[in-house]
Ligand binder design. Structure first.
Ligand SMILES: Cc1ncc(COP(=O)(O)O)c(C=O)c1O
Length: 420
């Protein structure tokens, strides 16, 4: 009944809310960047009402103003309008929402399709539901529809087909790959043919810095399909406003989103009011023009970081690793070339296909940390790939890190040559 409190004229004796006047926070001023004035600082203050609402319990599915902001964003970025059978809810980041969506839809023991390598943060979600993760291959152009088709066409007749595909379509974590338009359309066609939902987990959408026009999202593309309602889109403020605020959004079919809201009601009541108050203050102060200008600046920041990182890769790892250039996000995914191709007896052996020991032990001993690719495989498969993040380090440290990695690979090659 809580939403009824908003009706004019109602005197509410409903909620067991504490009185905000007893709370110690009495004002909140923020200094934020103004993206329309070259990022210059501007001062804003939460009104008394905004602050009180930020300090108080609020709606299970988040602030209605934020919903309206998301509806506006989806029109702007994906050409999707209210009233097309989808709705919005706010969560504590997209992680919270992916977890709740998986729990709303999947039954214990079901099979679920996951692009592989996959964001390692979803492995425990599907694991804890007892789901069997079916690995769909990817490459530098994102998810591979031929792999998906082959899995589904050869699915055993006696076993229920997977009802969910999980994918990160822009600047994937860990591969940095962005799926091409053709592949997205094929995946959408397969979702209709084989009747599954697409979890479009898209925290890197706004970190797209490719030189070509970006491909549309699944959420945008499904509007022009013979039927829609198969895409659950997960947006996040984590990579563009603040990861510590913990604010993310789901846009998807109403019955599923409502089931997720019931889950919120049970486990955490609602997303943080104060986080929403801060997020909304920033977003509403900027307006969409400011938001677009901000994300353009953020994407440009990461493009420059990517370029600096790649230049250091060329300097130190040419001939020792292979990679594709990411066009979004914050990750390089590269394959260690552990055997020296010029050595006379350089036949491949199993250790060529495993970066784990070299990264976890040898690179660590040389003072550089990265993630071995096996982390991102549901099966724990061995791989020569490694994930490196280029979001944080200044160029001098990138240079030193990759120099250390170079020494590590050369050491491993020497060791291997000696043992042969
Ligand atoms: C693909 C992917 N999904 C979800 C998340 C979690 O994002 P959030 O902070 O919005 O929960 C991350 C964080 O790194 C991610 O890479």
């Amino acid at each position: 009944m809580l939403p009824l409190e908003g009706r004019p004229g109602q005197i509410s004796l409903l909620a067991g809310k504490p009185n905000e006047n007893t709370f110690p926070l009495t004002a909140m001023q923020l200094t934020i960047r103004d993206p329309l004035a070259s990022g210059k600082d501007m001062a804003v203050e939460l009104s008394e009402d905004e602050l009180h609402r930020g300090l108080q319990y609020g709606p299970t599915n988040g602030w209605s103003e934020l919903h309206e902001w998301v509806y506006g964003l989806q029109v702007l970025q994906h050409g999707r309008h209210k009233g097309e059978g989808w709705t919005v809810s706010v969560g504590a980041g997209s992680q919270d929402l992916v977890f709740k969506a998986a729990n709303a839809i999947l039954n214990p023991g079901e099979s679920v399709l996951v692009e592989t390598p996959v964001y390692a943060g979803v492995l425990p979600i599907f694991d804890s539901l007892g789901c069997e993760m079916i690995e769909v291959h990817t490459d530098a152009d994102g998810i591979r529809p031929d792999s998906l088709r082959s899995i589904l066409d050869n699915w055993p007749a006696t076993k229920p087909k997977p009802r969910v595909l999980y994918t990160v379509p822009y600047g994937s974590n860990p591969t940095g790959a962005t799926a091409t338009l053709e592949r997205r359309l094929e995946v959408l066609a397969l979702s209709r043919e084989h009747d599954f939902l697409i979890f479009e987990d898209d925290p890197y959408f706004n970190l797209y810095f490719g030189s070509a026009a970006r491909p549309p999202s699944y959420f945008a593309l499904e509007r022009d399909q013979p039927e829609s309602g198969r895409v659950l889109r997960f947006d996040s403020l984590s990579k563009i406003i603040s990861s510590g605020l913990r604010v993310g959004f789901i846009s998807g079919p109403e019955p599923i989103v409502r089931a997720m809201d019931i889950h919120s009601m049970e486990v955490n009541l609602q997303p943080s009011s104060l986080s929403q108050a801060v997020a909304y203050k920033v977003l509403s102060t900027w307006g969409y023009d400011g938001f677009q200008a901000h994300i353009a600046r953020v994407a440009e920041f990461y493009r420059a970081k990517r370029d600096a990182f790649e230049a250091a890769m060329q300097r130190h790892l040419a001939g020792l690793a292979e990679w594709s250039t990411p066009e979004a996000g914050m990750f390089f995914w590269f394959k260690l070339l552990l055997s020296d191709p010029s050595a006379p007896d350089a036949a491949a052996d199993a250790s060529d296909h495993d970066s784990e020991d070299i990264i976890r032990r040898k690179a660590f001993e040389r003072g550089v940390l990265a993630l071995p690719g096996t982390t991102f495989y549901p099966s724990g498969a061995k791989t020569a790939y490694v994930r490196a993040s280029f979001s944080l380090l200044p160029p001098e440290q990138v240079d030193e890190a990759l120099r250390r990695l170079r020494e590590t690979i050369l050491d491993a090659r020497r060791e291997r040559a000696q043992s042969q």
